[in-house]
Write a protein that binds this ligand. Structure first.
Ligand SMILES: [Zn+2]
Length: 498
């Protein structure tokens, strides 16, 4: 959410000088993409959303979703037309109360032409009325909506929003959310944030969820199904709401033994990352056997039951909760900055390993470096700019966390932990790039770090022995013993499999 300040006087003066609205002469269509080099069509140009209000109804038996989304936005250009990203069937669009014309284009664009052009800096209310069956809608040949035996789930990265609400679908445009969903009695609707209220009427129950801090569109989630919902409070006082599908079968116990530790893990992470940024905590495990990943949906991560198929897995909870600071509170500027998310969520798993006495971060870093020979394609992926096809490659995680350990060894523990804790506050509820992180680390440590970042994040080769020695990585020759936590952490490797 990057708001701009409008100079109202300038706009008023322009309007007086011209007989027609100031915008009409110069207005042009907003761009169909926000300008992300990996995904040129994602997000849109010309406006910033500050709030989404979703009022939906979902029928699990038919997978039919219908309702209205209201967006509060402000234009950043003179606009004759603008786009939203969306796949369901739209029946009506209103812009500032007046019916607007609309059409679809590209893979997921909804093009909206308001009755009158919109001047730069104008507050805009957009109401989109729609319906559809999300499981039948594809873009680029895929569908991220997860159908379950008792409902459906929206949890995908980078694509997730298109199947349930129209949006400016890119992390650069964060907004607050109210998500209100009506489902048949006996089902629950789970989303982000706090549950403000529920109400029942004529066989339907409405769940009203609120995210009162800026949230990116891919971190908004919806799960409808038959859940067992548990509630509690972390020791530090954050309310926790977890939800487990009632048909998790043999994985039910392991899922609960992991996700019920959410409050404990979040409190533990505050020692490293600073105060928890939100007013709600939790996690949910729907019956989605078709995928194996987990996702850091804001305040309430999604966990596929496969994460718990071999027993409890607190490491994946550590990973997704670490993202609440690294990824959610501070989000990527562009998708190429994914190391900011995954390198640090993976490093948090290494810190947890050390905490559990199953291998120190140094031991795991040494193991990653030594166990991957120089000709392993692992080293050809640059975590600092992996390319869209490798955005969630294992290198972004393991080489990414190795780079974090190299940084720690270079600047020393005092500066390193100051960086780790200071970063989320420095860019709280905003966006940042890998370059921003380097600058911040240099500022806090007082050391030039361009060479270190280049070697560990941006070269498509294994850092050579002298570079490793100078970063105190794998100081002892040979491949060290596999750390005890290794297999457990590796079991979370498909956290973002597409
Ligand atoms: Zn992750």
């Amino acid at each position: 959410m990057h708001r701009r300040i409008l100079a109202p006087g300038a706009l008023a003066a322009a309007s007086l000088l011209l007989a027609i609205p100031a915008s009409a002469a110069s207005s042009a269509p907003g761009a169909p993409g926000i300008g992300d080099p990996y995904y040129p069509a994602y997000g849109n140009g010309g406006y910033d959303v500050s709030h989404y209000d979703l009022r939906l109804r979902y029928q699990p038996a038919t997978d039919r979703l219908e309702g209205t989304t209201t967006l509060l936005a402000r234009t950043t250009e003179d606009l004759s037309r603008f786009n939203l990203d969306f796949l369901l069937d739209v029946s009506e669009v209103r812009v500032n109360g007046a019916k607007a014309s609309f059409t679809t284009s590209g893979e997921h664009e909804l093009e909206i032409t308001p009755k009158t052009p919109l001047a730069k800096g104008t507050a805009v209310t957009v109401v989109v009325r729609y319906s559809g069956v999300p499981s039948t809608k594809e873009a680029y040949g895929f569908n991220a909506w997860l159908r379950t035996p008792d409902g459906g789930v929206a949890a995908g990265e980078p694509e997730g929003a298109w199947w349930w609400f129209p949006s400016n679908d890119h992390p650069l445009d964060k907004a607050t959310f109210d998500v209100s969903v009506q489902v048949p009695d006996g089902h629950q609707a789970i989303s982000n944030g706090t549950l403000q209220s529920t109400s029942s009427r004529a066989g339907w129950t409405r769940y009203n969820w609120r995210s009162n801090k800026p949230q990116t569109t891919y971190l908004a989630t919806l799960a409808v199904g038959r859940f067992d919902v548990t509630t509690g409070t972390s020791e530090s006082g954050i309310p926790v709401i977890n939800a487990y599908s009632k048909d998790l079968g043999d994985s039910d116990g392991a899922a609960r033994a992991s996700v019920e530790r959410t409050g404990e893990v979040a409190d533990w992470l505050t020692e490293y990352f600073g105060p928890y940024p939100y007013n709600a905590l939790g996690g949910y495990v729907p019956n989605t056997p078709q995928v194996g990943y987990a996702l850091e949906t804001q305040t309430r991560p999604f966990y596929s039951p496969r994460q718990f198929a071999n027993g409890s897995n607190v490491s994946v909870v550590v990973h997704e909760l670490a993202h609440q600071w690294y990824g959610d509170e501070v989000s990527v500027e562009h998708w190429k900055d994914i190391w900011i998310n995954e390198g640090f969520a993976r490093y948090a798993q290494w810190l947890w390993s050390e905490h559990e006495g199953e291998g120190t971060t140094q031991e795991i870093a040494d193991y990653v470096y030594a166990s991957r020979p120089a000709d392993d394609p692992f080293w050809t992926v640059k975590p600092g700019d992996p390319g869209p096809e490798n955005q969630f490659h294992i290198s972004v995680y393991d080489r990414g966390a190795l780079a974090v350990q190299a940084l720690r060894n270079e600047v020393g523990d005092a500066a390193f932990f100051a960086i780790l804790k200071g970063w989320p506050t420095e860019y709280a509820h905003g966006n940042a790039s890998v370059g921003d992180f380097q600058r911040y680390a240099e500022e806090v440590s007082g050391q030039p770090l361009a060479g270190l970042f280049d070697t560990w994040l941006f070269q498509p080769v294994k850092p050579a022995a002298p570079a490793a020695r100078s970063a105190s990585i794998a100081a002892v020759p040979g491949v060290p013993e596999q750390p005890k936590s290794w297999k457990k952490i590796a079991a979370t490797n498909d956290v973002h499999e597409h």
